[in-house]
Design a protein around this ligand. Structure first.
Ligand code: C2E
Ligand code: MG
Ligand code: MG
Ligand code: MG
Length: 287
């Protein structure tokens, strides 16, 4: 249980827990490809609603039902896939799955909506990304105006030139682009005038602190304001109660997403769920 990783003369003691976690990581890294082939992965969908509570979007969120480890969180396996060079296979699989699901989703929601796919920073360094997506859209006859891509500000900015080029092409094709987890990454905002995006997604950390932190209320209000001034749409994620919903709507947030409406769920369950939500006891409840 000793390693020389820190260099000559310095030893790290590996505890049995660390060995177990290392084994798990190693095992997961090597099980991704087979898992994709064996249908162990699933795309769950979480609804986004507008100010009137109408479902106007869906976010596709990846799940891995591993035969040995059970349900593994994307927070765990996405970084492992990135490190192991497996992310582009995963991304292609997710986009393809969403394209396969789209006709059924459009049947469920007759009005316009977009379904989002998350991209990782590693995807943005893959020079085949645009061609791969284009090929999948063509193969499944998908209208790009039904698709949005979400990328974190750090992933966008770490690959600034290639991201800009890629998202401009996606945008010209009709896809929308959202900056995910906004407010948690960079401190400089000057880049916002130079990038090709449609939506800011307020990180759930701010939403969860709305009731307890004046600072989080101020930051959230300021992000909504900033989005409006830049003519961007603004979406908040992580809404769990009506107080948060009220605060966001009162401050002009366009779209809202959170467990209050629905957790991410399989498509079969989604198409049985409501397409409209109401805030109890307000003048919002007619529509
Ligand atoms: P994200 O894109 O910021 O997704 C939002 C996360 O917040 C999701 O976690 C969602 O389940 C969770 N969430 C939504 N509403 C609430 C709420 O009201 N309360 C709380 N506590 N959480 C809420 P999830 O599904 O575990 O995904 C975690 C992250 O993994 C995602 O964060 C995204 O960065 C990444 N991810 C998921 N699917 C994919 C994928 O297909 N590709 C890539 N590259 N990354 C993915
Ligand atoms: Mg996202
Ligand atoms: Mg997010
Ligand atoms: Mg996130």
């Amino acid at each position: 249980y000793r390693s020389k990783a820190k260099g000559r003369g310095s030893f790290t003691i590996f505890t049995p827990d660390m060995v177990e976690s290392h084994k798990r990581k190693f095992h997961l890294a090597n099980a991704i490809e087979q898992g994709l082939k064996n249908d162990e992965f699933m795309v769950y969908y979480q609804v986004k609603v507008d100010q009137k509570g109408k479902v106007i979007g869906l976010e596709g969120l990846l799940r891995w039902q591993h035969p040995e480890y059970g349900l593994v969180s994307p927070n765990e396996f996405i970084p492992i896939a990135e490190q192991g060079g497996k992310i582009s296979a995963i991304t292609r699989w997710v986009i393809e799955k969403v394209c396969i699901d789209l006709p059924k989703l459009r049947e469920w929601l007759p009005h316009r909506f977009r379904v989002s796919v998350n991209l990782s920073g590693h995807d943005l360094r893959d020079s085949n990304l645009f061609d791969n997506i284009y090929e999948i859209f063509t193969r499944y006859d998908v209208n790009p105006e039904y698709v949005e891509f979400e990328v974190t500000e750090s992933a966008y900015l770490e690959n600034f030139a290639s991201s800009n080029k890629f998202f401009k092409r996606m945008s010209n094709m009709g896809c929308a682009i959202a900056l995910d987890d906004f407010g948690t990454g960079y401190s400089s905002l000057s880049y916002l005038t130079q990038i090709s995006i449609d939506t800011l997604k307020i990180d759930k950390q701010f939403v969860h602190e709305l009731e307890t932190s004046e600072r989080s209320r101020l930051v959230t209000g300021a992000i909504i304001d900033l989005a409006k001034r830049l003519s961007l749409t603004v979406c908040a994620e992580g809404i769990e109660n009506e107080t948060q919903w009220h605060y966001l709507i009162d401050h002009g947030c366009d779209y809202i997403q959170g467990f209050m409406f629905s957790k991410p769920i399989p498509m079969d369950e989604l198409v049985q769920s409501p397409k409209q939500f109401y805030i109890g006891n307000t003048d919002n409840s007619e529509a």
